[in-house]
Design a protein around this ligand. Structure first.
Ligand SMILES: Nc1nc2c(c(=O)[nH]1)N=C([C@H](O)[C@H](O)COP(=O)(O)OP(=O)(O)OP(=O)(O)O)CN2
Ligand SMILES: [Zn+2]
Length: 155
């Protein structure tokens, strides 16, 4: 069985080498869709009886591991020195420095990596994070799918 929980957050970013609009500082209402597979729990008296995982517990983990870190932050590529310097000059600004350019593809992969270990052992019913879908806009999204097809960033 597969189940999906959706959460939304706001964040700023830019894609420094983009040939068009996306090299400018701008923001999105991102949506994160977390898909888990596992066995449906069949245990009378268990609060999760009839569920793969309680949607509320999926949300709690996602908030703690990703959404609260990225919400209302500016997601900046470590190599984007100009913007990093600017953000560091601001007192107490919520900035998240990433080893990769903050495209939908890279953010989906990062979210997958941050979330995966926390769902694996949550319920003991062979839970598996199978996909993280990250919507950058209503029309554009990326899917990070297990096992991750991800190229490590160069040091
Ligand atoms: N493969 C990718 N392409 C682009 C990414 C990305 O992350 N991965 N990101 C951007 C921009 O950041 C921008 O968010 C997308 O802009 P745009 O293509 O204009 O998307 P819209 O949904 O706003 O476009 P509409 O034409 O209004 O539907 C660019 N490319
Ligand atoms: Zn964008």
């Amino acid at each position: 069985m597969r189940i999906t929980r959706r959460l939304e957050f706001d964040a700023g970013h830019r894609i420094p080498d983009h040939r068009s609009q996306c090299r400018h500082l701008h923001g999105h209402r991102y949506a994160l869709e977390i898909t888990l597979s596992g066995e449906v729990i069949e245990r009378n008296g268990d609060p999760a009886n009839g569920m793969v995982m309680d949607f509320g517990d999926i949300k709690t983990i996602a908030l703690r591991e990703v959404v609260e870190l990225w919400d209302h932050a500016f997601l900046v590529y470590a190599g984007d020195k100009q913007v990093r310097d600017f953000l560091e000059s601001m007192t107490d600004h919520k900035t998240v420095v990433l080893d990769v350019v903050p495209t939908a593809e890279n953010l989906a992969t990062l979210a997958f990596r941050l979330l995966e270990p926390h769902y694996k052992h949550a319920y003991g019913n062979n839970l598996k994070l199978v996909q993280v879908r990250l919507f950058e806009t209503p029309n554009c999204w990326a899917d990070a799918i297990a096992p991750i097809d991800f190229v490590e960033p160069k040091p």
